[in-house]
Ligand binder design. Structure first.
Ligand code: AR6
Length: 170
């Protein structure tokens, strides 16, 4: 096992030429807005077809929050998409363990695939409402502390606010 380099980048995750991109999906695995919408739009219908197959075979009730599963990446530059389901932010309940699990499980799947470079979005920090600084701290801390063969973990932040939050947490 080698040390994982953490790279921060401002950009669009669908542009990334990496082995695997992580999708901030939902349990249904059938698409949505944000990163999920962008990945399915740009990656094409193959990804959705594989997601549907996963729903009928392994996950009839949906992919549970905090878990991850891979499909191929259709027309994206990446080879695989690792779909993970972040927790919806809740003020009165600490769900940070589930958010950390998204990163741990995504790295575990990446290791199974043999992916050396993996691009992550800020899971749960968009539609799911997680405060950016806290989301960034959990994301960076978990990737830093998880044993993995992934050589580069690239956080791809969509805007300057997200980039700055990850920069502070790094
Ligand atoms: N590249 C990189 N980052 C992006 C991109 C992109 N193309 N698009 C948005 N972001 P979100 P969530 C940023 O909402 O909070 C979907 O409907 C965005 O600014 O994609 O986990 C799913 O189906 C934010 O910082 O994911 C679920 O229902 C971060 O990526 C739900 O949204 C994550 O925002 C998941 O919500």
């Amino acid at each position: 096992m080698s040390a994982t380099e953490i790279v921060l980048l401002r950009g669009d995750i669908t542009d990334q030429d990496v082995d695997a991109v992580v999708n901030a999906a939902n349990s249904a695995l059938l698409g949505g807005g944000g990163v999920d919408g962008a990945i399915h739009r740009r990656g094409g219908p193959e990804i959705l077809a594989e997601c549907r197959e996963l729903r009928t075979t392994r996950y009839p009730d949906g992919l549970p929050t905090g878990q991850a599963v891979a499909t191929t990446a259709g027309r994206l530059p990446a080879r695989w998409v690792i779909h993970t389901v972040g927790p919806v932010y809740a003020k009165r309940e600490d769900r940070s363990g589930l958010l950390a699990s998204c990163y741990r499980e995504s790295l575990r799947i990446a290791d199974e695939l043999g992916a050396a470079t993996v691009a992550f979005p800020a899971v749960s920090a968009g539609i799911y409402g997680w405060p950016l600084d806290d989301a960034a701290r959990i994301a960076i801390g978990t990737v830093r502390d998880t044993p993995t063969s992934v050589r580069e973990a690239r956080f791809v932040l969509f805007d300057e606010t997200a980039y700055n939050a990850f920069h502070r947490a790094h």
